[in-house]
Design a protein around this ligand. Structure first.
Ligand code: GLN
Ligand code: ZN
Length: 767
């Protein structure tokens, strides 16, 4: 009998009730007992759903009050000393303090979970004395059993992955930390074993990256220790998001089951298992249903894969699984009422995937008789979408193929463009600008609501937007900025705004996924060929430019960012989708230029997060990402200045790709990265225009002039003053008006100080 297993289920709830409960609790509207009660109800509901569907192995302890990595660190007593805590079960005030910060203590850092858009709270080991504060997997197991009679499968992140994702200790101390951590894991597992738990899912996604010999040794030590300590507990060593590196070492570990991703690691894992075999004493957890994508599975194809695997490991030792936790997909397609039938029929969110999984397990065990219609149905739905007009725009396909055939290149190199641009724009040394958006006040959001509901007509809304532009153009002039922006008041979201105007996109009503904490995002779906329909940003930008003599920078979201922040079709490659987007955006860039806008920023904050996990794939990805950006921006005149912007600081390993984008100016985050970025410029000279963010926009605090002065001075030690711009770290849309104006005033003052100091010095470095 082939069994089915779910690696984890979304916690937010079909109606985002989880999010609502958290936020009500934080704002004091929900008292703690009631909060616990509501969360338990949500948790049990999710378990019940899986139970009713007939899932054999249901994950418990996948649920969280915020983030499962934070759960793990607080379980191990890893509480940064700046929070008041003196042992025992970690109170919610401390737990949420670490996640969100308090008035006295900064939150822990948050970062992306591998290559997903889920963010976890980075454990701060440094000063922690490790202790088991509670056995969370055990509590979750007991609850599921008592309340629902479910024989749950506790999940826990594995020690190697946990250590690798933690910070606050030197690499040389890894083994010491492992030595402290292991006994706590053992204690957890022993208590589970004593309780009669059958299977536990220990997650080591770090195994899809290359391990060095030290880490391989650690891995052997960890799982050797477990095998010796809990001989009667079945461990499913779970990996996901890619194929495993070091396959032979991993399958030789003394565990009962190995979980592999046969969606995102399909070819690597399949070829390993076929060429190297699979140990006869182990169970294979085959992740065949995509835990990250939103499309129905082609079930006949999946069945063939399952049968192929069964031949190697036998049906007795095969479990069909989701490829990773379903955390990364929305809850259910059921309540989507506005999508075209052709599209809706091809979608499968978490609940629909439960169904696919059970069906697949059944068919793999009992044969197809009686199930053929159901199996064929998914293929039919996918096929219908494939043949739809939206996916077969030959005009777009031809045009994109046409422009992809040429190397997308500006007509002259930067060194020449730079001179032409300088002549045209006559900007002072250290030009000042912002990243694009200004505060989206409650009033701005309300105006948009009124317009969306139909209470305001288009003209009323447009008038309102123009008023905002007027206010901010005046303010920017008065503050003394050199390159102005219109403020993005007409946009809620930098991807949605363009998605709504381009062909090939669809929007769900309820397709939310957790991004971090209670924050959920509702990514657009790129389901068809992407096409430019009409100018998207020209009107507002042109209007803004008409109100000032200073240059106004047009503001677009780049192809890679739009793609990485959307769910995408899977019948063509991501590279192809990126080129289609680039072609559409190129038309917008040209329309802006035509309308007299001579500086155009194409934001690419999401390039980094699309980076594949495997080194070999990274290069290819970066190559076509750069190409897409260039495709979108290469047709403008020499004097038209192309800007780009990126957030986050981890660029040291891709600085050459950033340079290859050939943007005339890039603005980039630095203030939170503690000089790391600056350090990478010590190692590489950057030869294009660059603005390092001189203050952190994530905090409402108004930075002092001298703080920014020291940021500027530090940057000028490694960057050419002639190419240096001064700007904040990112867009200002989440900030208040007053603090924004005050901060920008200070920024301009710091700029004047820098100009006075550096203008007299001969400039040596520029060549
Ligand atoms: N232009 C955008 C803004 O200012 C850029 C946002 C981003 O990088 N995430 O809001
Ligand atoms: Zn940014």
């Amino acid at each position: 009998m082939v069994k089915s297993s779910v690696l984890g289920y979304p916690r937010i709830g079909a109606d985002r009730e989880w999010k609502k409960a958290l936020e009500a609790f934080w704002s004091g509207k929900l008292e703690e007992t009631e909060f616990h009660r509501q969360l338990q109800e949500i948790r049990l509901n999710h378990l019940r759903k899986q139970q009713e569907k007939g899932i054999d192995f249901i994950a418990v302890n996948d649920f969280s009050y915020y983030d499962h990595i934070l759960d793990t660190s607080t379980m191990f007593g890893i509480i940064p000393k700046r929070f008041p805590y003196d042992g025992g079960k970690v109170p919610l005030s401390v737990y949420y303090g670490i996640a969100r910060g308090t008035k006295d203590a900064a939150a822990s850092e948050m970062t992306k979970w591998f290559n997903t858009n889920y963010h976890y709270i980075v454990p701060e080991l440094g000063e922690a004395s490790l202790v088991l504060t509670e056995n969370r997997p055990l509590i979750a197991y007991q609850e599921a059993k008592e309340k629902l009679g479910i024989e749950g499968k506790p999940v826990i992140v594995g020690p190697l992955t946990f250590l690798k994702l933690s910070k606050g200790y030197p690499i040389s101390e890894t083994d010491d930390w492992l030595g402290r951590l292991l006994p706590l894991y053992v204690q957890i597992l022993q208590e589970l074993e004593r309780e009669g738990v059958q299977w536990v899912q220990i997650e080591e996604p770090i195994l899809v990256t290359k391990l060095n010999t030290d880490d391989l040794q650690r891995l052997k030590k960890i799982y050797g220790t477990f095998a010796a300590s809990v001989p009667n507990l079945n461990i499913m060593l779970q990996t996901y998001f890619e194929s495993v590196e070091n396959y032979s070492d991993i399958v030789a570990l003394p565990v009962k089951g190995i979980g592999l991703d046969f969606v995102h690691g399909y070819s690597g894992n399949l070829s390993s298992i076929k060429t190297l075999g699979f140990p006869a004493d182990k169970v294979l957890g085959a992740g065949v249903i995509d835990g990250r994508g939103i499309w129905k599975a082609p079930l006949l194809e999946k069945l063939a894969l399952v049968e192929e695997l069964a031949e190697i490991v036998t049906t007795e030792r095969l479990i069909v699984q989701t490829s990773c936790s379903l955390l990364h997909v929305p809850v259910s397609v059921k309540n989507e009422t506005k999508l075209a039938t052709e599209l809706k029929d091809a979608l499968a969110f978490a609940d629909e995937k439960l169904h696919e999984l059970v069906l697949l397990a059944k068919v793999a065990s009992q044969g197809v008789t009686g199930f053929t219609t159901e199996l064929e149905e998914s293929e039919r739905a996918l096929q219908a979408l494939k043949l739809s007009d939206e996916r077969n725009r030959s005009d777009i396909q031809h045009a994109v193929a046409g422009i992809s055939a040429h190397n997308p290149e500006r007509s002259r190199p930067f060194s020449e463009r730079h001179i032409a641009q300088q002549k045209k724009w006559q900007l002072p040394i250290f030009p000042t600008t912002t990243i694009g958006s200004f505060p989206q006040s409650a009033e701005v959001r309300k105006a948009r609501q009124q317009w969306r509901k139909g209470d305001w007509n288009n003209e009323q809304y447009a008038t309102y937007i123009r008023e905002q532009i007027d206010i901010w153009i005046k303010l920017q002039e008065e503050i003394g900025l050199d390159v102005l922006v219109h403020g993005e008041f007409e946009r809620t979201d930098m991807v949605e705004f363009f998605g709504e105007k381009l062909a090939g996109f669809a929007f769900t009503q309820n397709g939310w996924v957790q991004s971090y904490g209670s924050r959920c995002v509702k990514p657009p779906i790129i389901f068809g060929d992407v096409a430019f329909r009409e100018a998207m940003t020209v009107e507002e930008t042109k209007y803004a430019q008409s109100r000032t003599k200073r240059p106004v920078k047009g503001m677009l979201t780049g192809p890679i960012t739009i793609m990485n922040w959307s769910f995408v079709r899977e019948d063509i490659t991501r590279e192809q989708i990126a080129y289609q987007l680039a072609y559409a955006l190129r038309q917008e860039v040209e329309a802006l230029e035509q309308a007299g806008i001579g500086m155009i920023q194409v934001d690419e904050p999401a390039v980094r997060e699309g980076l594949p996990l495997k080194k070999d794939d990274q290069e290819m990805y970066l190559a076509w990402a750069v190409r897409a950006f260039r495709m979108a921006t290469c047709t403008v005149q020499d004097t038209t200045q192309i800007h780009t912007h990126m957030c986050y600081c981890e660029f040291h390993d891709m600085i050459h790709s950033i340079e290859a984008m050939d943007a005339d100016v890039i603005s980039i985050e630095t203030s939170r990265s503690h000089g790391e970025l600056i350090h990478s410029f010590e190692l590489n000279t950057y030869k294009l225009g660059i603005g390092l963010g001189v203050y952190d926009i994530h905090s409402p605090r108004v930075p002092k002039v001298d703080e920014m002065t020291s940021m500027i001075e530090r940057a000028l030690r490694v960057l050419d003053p002639k190419l240096f711009w001064i700007n904040p770290d990112c867009g200002l849309k989440t900030r208040g008006v007053e603090e924004t104006v005050d901060s920008l005033r200070n920024m301009v003052e710091a700029t004047q100080i820098a100009r006075a100091k550096h203008a007299q010095q001969p400039i040596l470095r520029f060549n």
